[in-house]
Design a protein around this ligand. Structure first.
Ligand code: PEP
Ligand code: MN
Length: 263
């Protein structure tokens, strides 16, 4: 990579994001992606698929690999989830499947199966993986590192763009501060800082910001008013029985009410 005068070469170019807008905004001009924290079973993800499609949403969270802070907690179905994802795709071809990957090996195991690859907050600095996604022009949701500045987050997206990737969307999921009453602190001004420099699409993940379901409507509405381009929401058929993030996943009923609220 050659360095020009500016730190950034790509994020300033408005036209560079045309492909990203075309890809991620097929349902509406507000991106909505939703689904469970972890893929747990065929029944769970098929029920979620029905919920989303009946509400005209085609971007579904379906994570077989689950990065956890606690090594003794559920780590996802891992490769056992892959046949379920294939079935999901076969049964609901309209869906665009989002999965998080945090190694090149995981990416290759889902290449051609999953439609969108999420880089989670802990891996915003995983340069090799981000460059690989860029090289393949694989659709990517790049979350903000919980300790990263906006500038570092944008530089991370440059690794993807510099390798030729064009289908990228950023996701603000809160940063770590001394405040502990919510899971993460929502840095609502990040959209203003990004927009000073770039047209890159940016969404928020209110579920991981809050760590609970209450307040999700207000935070989401505030984000959309501030200029974010969409939302990534956790929903589960029976949140209390979820194998990860029980407290922050909406029931399907709550999810439908939430969509009505947004309208
Ligand atoms: C997730 O989306 O499931 C997740 C773990 O998010 P984050 O990387 O933002 O913590
Ligand atoms: Mn989660």
């Amino acid at each position: 990579m050659n360095k020009k005068e500016n730190k950034f070469q790509y994020i300033y170019e408005k036209e560079i994001f045309t492909e990203a807008y075309d890809f991620f905004f097929q349902d509406s001009n507000i991106f909505i992606g939703a689904g469970p924290c972890s893929l747990e079973s065929e029944a769970q993800i098929f029920q979620t698929a029905e919920l989303l499609l009946s509400n005209n949403i085609s971007y579904i969270r379906c994570f077989p690999y689950k990065i956890r802070s606690d090594p003794y907690s559920f780590q996802g179905l891992q490769t056992e989830g892959i046949p379920i994802i294939k079935k999901l795709k076969q049964k609901y071809p309209k869906l665009k499947i989002i999965s998080e990957v945090y190694s090149q090996e995981q990416f290759h195991s889902l290449e051609g199966i999953t439609d969108i690859f999420q880089i989670g907050t802990r891996f915003m600095y995983h340069r090799e993986l981000i460059e690989l996604l860029g090289k393949k022009n694989s659709p990517c949701i790049l979350k903000r590192g919980f300790q990263a500045t906006v500038s570092e987050w944008l530089l991370s997206s440059e690794y993807y763009l510099a390798r030729g990737g064009r289908k990228i969307i950023l996701c603000e999921r809160g940063i770590r501060t001394f405040e502990s009453s919510v899971r993460n602190s929502f840095d609502i001004t990040s959209i203003l800082s990004v927009r000073e420099q770039s047209k890159i699409p940016v969404i928020i993940d209110p579920s991981h910001i809050l760590g609970k379901t209450s307040g999700i409507e207000a935070i989401s509405k505030a984000a959309l008013i501030a200029g974010y381009n969409g939302l990534l929401i956790e929903t589960h058929p029976i949140p209390l029985q979820a194998l990860s993030d029980k407290k922050q996943q909406l029931t399907f009923e709550q999810f439908k009410l939430f969509l009505n609220f947004l309208k």
